[in-house]
Design a binder for this molecule. Sequence first.
Ligand code: GEM
Ligand code: CA
Ligand code: ZN
Length: 445
Amino acid sequence: MRPRPRGVRTTVLAAALTLALAAPLAAAQAQNPPAGAADTAELPHQYEVSGVTTAAARTALAATGAAIDEVHGRAAVVTADRRQLALVRALGHSVRRLPDPPGFAAGTGVTPGVKGFPSGYTKYHTYEQANQAIDALIAKYPSLLTKTVIGKSHEGRDIIALKLSRNAAKDEAEPEVLFTAHQHAREHLTVEMALYLLTEFTGKYGSDPRVTKLLDSREIWIVPDLNPDGGTYDIATGSFRNWRKNRQPNTGSTAVGTDLNRNWEYKWGCCGGSSGSPSAETYRGPAAASSPEVRAVEKFVRSRVVGGKQQITAAIDFHTYSELVMWPYGFTNNPTAPGMTQDDHDAFAAVGRSMAESNGYTPEQSSELYITDGSIDDWLWGDQKIFAYTFEMYPSSSGAGGFYPKDTVIPRETARNREAVLRLLENADCMYRSIGKEGTYCKGK
Ligand code: GEM
Ligand code: CA
Ligand code: ZN
């Protein structure tokens, strides 16, 4: 999503009302796609939607259940199936279908087994390849890196948490920082981001002073793949399917999947920032934390409360694309809200802007794009008081590769976040230092 001129915010109510009036008609038209379309209905396409010029319009667009992939000028790029497309049109927008990703698989519900990434993308890691690379690093750096299986995906794949620190096997009283990746299946570059951090920090320990100091004084947790089922499905035909959600079936629907980033247990479904329709790209699930993947990470994070104190102080959840650094809340446009004081907000913004200055991303509160509810960053801060950011990585637009940039960009675009990650880690012992309030919030902690 791209920065936008600060327009007058029309009320979300007006936009939502428009949707409410239009939805039944469009929904009726969209509910009965042509027979035999169930499979292709599962494989959505990207569309450019014109006339989207305000935060309220973006929120109304998001409320159709389409995923907003990008916002620029007076348009947005969304991922939608035929149902959501009808709802978008019912809002009065004109739409233009964008080219499908390279080798886009014709609609099929059958997963013939992982064929890996297509040519031009073979340096991206499949779930199996990522685990092999991780196990090799653990064998090479046993005192710096440990692995814990924190749960299973719907299809039974391991959800793992890696711990990076000197004396990694020992729980020491040091600030802890969490990095998560791949909530969304097609956002494969985020797995590479996690692997980059593991490789860079183990490899540079002892030679790079900043890395060494941080591994000596922090405990870093990395969850490299929150959605292994979705990621595997996205490439299972040897090409791409534009898949976003997990692969959990939905009772009473042929539509598969929950949007993990709408399934977290804070303000779940509160505010028009997700969909209750199983076919929607932003389907929130039948209940908060109904997905095993979200449950696994929530349980892990809660386990880091030691002696009544959450040891994790900061986090980044990696996504693609649009080149943004975002901070909570996503469920409200207000910079402050219950649980988010002005000092909290200012500390979020100060460190967020510093990270964005280092990687050239655009810093903003996440709801400036559109309202989301049940997102990980809102839960990490709202429920656990962890300074949680969302990074939208490269590229900035669908024209520059969208969700499927060629593998030649991996080294450059993962290293691009090195400085930002170091800055977050260096602030993690006291985020309020960034606004000169260390004495108020951090003395003696
Ligand atoms: C976003 S990422 C989350 C942005 N956060 C909020 N609260 N707006 C999403 O989940 O829709 C886009 C993406 O999936 O990359
Ligand atoms: Ca610890
Ligand atoms: Zn995402």
